[in-house]
Design a protein around this ligand. Sequence first.
Ligand code: HEM
Length: 204
Amino acid sequence: MSATPSCLDSPSVLDALRTRTGHLHTRLEKRMPFFSSRLDLLLYQRLVRAYYGFYAPLEAALASSGWVPAGLDLAERRKLPTLLRDLQALGDDAQVCAQLPLCQCLPVVDSQAACLGVLYVLEGATLGGQVLRREMHARLGLDEHNGAAFLDVYGRDTGRHWKAFLSLLAVQPPDPAFQRAAALAAESTFSCFEQWLEQREVLS
Ligand code: HEM
């Protein structure tokens, strides 16, 4: 009897994303200022402004790309309203927010695979939120009401949103070209974000 190729034997798109970006996560995590001795409220505010400058154009690019999979509600996963709320709680009014610098070097969203690769990074970034929220509360007295809502943007829905996203990844075809395109976009998202944070002088 001839053996039928099984999807179970093929590496999944999630495997590819993890393999190709794990080291980028480790590097960036070490350079983020959350646990740095030089972190104070001013640096924290500059960090949230830098997040805003990356997420604003990238969320807009995703929304206008036409490549968001049908099963994913992008509106429900937007982080920008929460970032704006944090900035306002930290003292930036609407006029200041409208003039914040925006990142020009963004990952290209030109396929469904690329779209999922970018989303993998943005959705995965919500997973460290609990740890960061506790740290910012202990160090700077911040919580979801006075500038740190973004760190735990999904709150008790974090696990549910992540599992739903993983389910969406799991139904993608085990196609090497698809996996390469997704991983490339995820790598590019990590490196564009790191470069942008470096340019905004908020990294260690
Ligand atoms: C100091 C800052 C950070 C900390 C402490 C942190 C911590 C974490 C933790 C605890 C997880 C969950 C690991 C698990 O459950 O197995 C995680 C996953 C993840 N984080 Fe971070 N993170 C940080 C920054 C970031 C940033 C800035 C990004 C991207 C912009 C990011 C992207 C991801 C991704 C994509 C995953 C999913 C990995 C996977 O399970 O496939 N993280 N992080």
